[in-house]
Write a protein that binds this ligand. Structure first.
Ligand SMILES: Nc1ncnc2c1ncn2[C@@H]1O[C@H](COP(=O)(O)OP(=O)(O)OP(=O)(O)O)[C@@H](O)[C@H]1O
Length: 205
């Protein structure tokens, strides 16, 4: 599956933050977003994930095949680690959660309530969720926040395996994962209005 973004203008609170952006994300490819704070990385990721409509331009090739992991881990605090993964696996029609448990070394935590996990453990669970979606395109916003060195290495291995199986990943990260990836710098695509005070899109405050 190839994702094509064509001539995108992206806005927050009705104020354009990115303009004239086109890119392609191919099967097996990782694309790392760069740009200073406020450049629009999260805005782009949310747009590709279908959570925000673009102000102009279009995205094709993403239909139902995108899994998004944002700043929040998206886990259910009152379900166990295993129950969380089963919950997501059922939604996406995936049967086997064991590869996800194994990839993020979650077996010793499998019966713990997710709400009792440490920040890094929650993040590992949030990332393990991607493996039970079966989605080919992963859209990841600062995925390594709270992860220790070992867990970052786990994540890098998982991403490499995902790419090796024909998946793709669009991610905003400030750290070097050691994964072969291309860089998409949003700096040249910043809209002039980004520095202006504007309205807010309250759904995403
Ligand atoms: N809910 C919102 N309502 C209005 N404007 C917003 C909202 N969220 C973000 N913005 C603005 O949109 C612009 C792009 O923000 P975005 O979060 O996409 O940047 P970013 O590149 O991810 O930044 P960072 O590196 O700080 O995470 C910024 O100017 C920001 O102030």
């Amino acid at each position: 599956m190839t994702l094509n973004a064509h001539n995108l203008t992206l806005a927050r609170g009705g104020v354009p933050v990115v303009t004239g952006l086109s890119f392609t994300l191919s099967s097996g490819q990782a694309l790392i977003l760069r740009g200073p704070n406020g450049a629009g990385k999260t805005t782009l990721l949310r747009t590709v994930a279908g959570l925000l409509p673009p102000l102009a331009g279009d995205i094709s090739g993403a239909d139902d095949g995108v899994a998004y992991a944002g700043h929040a881990d998206g886990i259910k605090a009152m379900l166990s680690v295993r129950e969380n993964l089963h919950f997501w696996a059922q939604i996406f029609g995936v049967n086997d959660i064991e590869p996800a448990i194994e990839a993020y070394a979650l077996a010793p935590l499998a019966d713990r309530l997710a709400g009792t996990l440490s920040a890094g453990q929650k993040r590992r669970l949030g990332l393990a969720r991607l493996l039970v979606t079966g989605c080919p395109v992963w859209v990841l916003d600062e995925p390594t926040v709270s992860l220790d060195t070992d867990a970052v290495a786990m994540f890098a291995r998982v991403v490499e395996a995902h790419l090796g199986q024909g998946g793709s990943a669009l991610l905003a990260t400030h750290i070097d994962l050691g994964v072969e990836a291309e860089v998409l710098d949003l700096t040249p695509f910043r809209a002039a209005s980004t520095l202006r005070a504007g309205a807010s899109d309250e759904a995403f405050l």
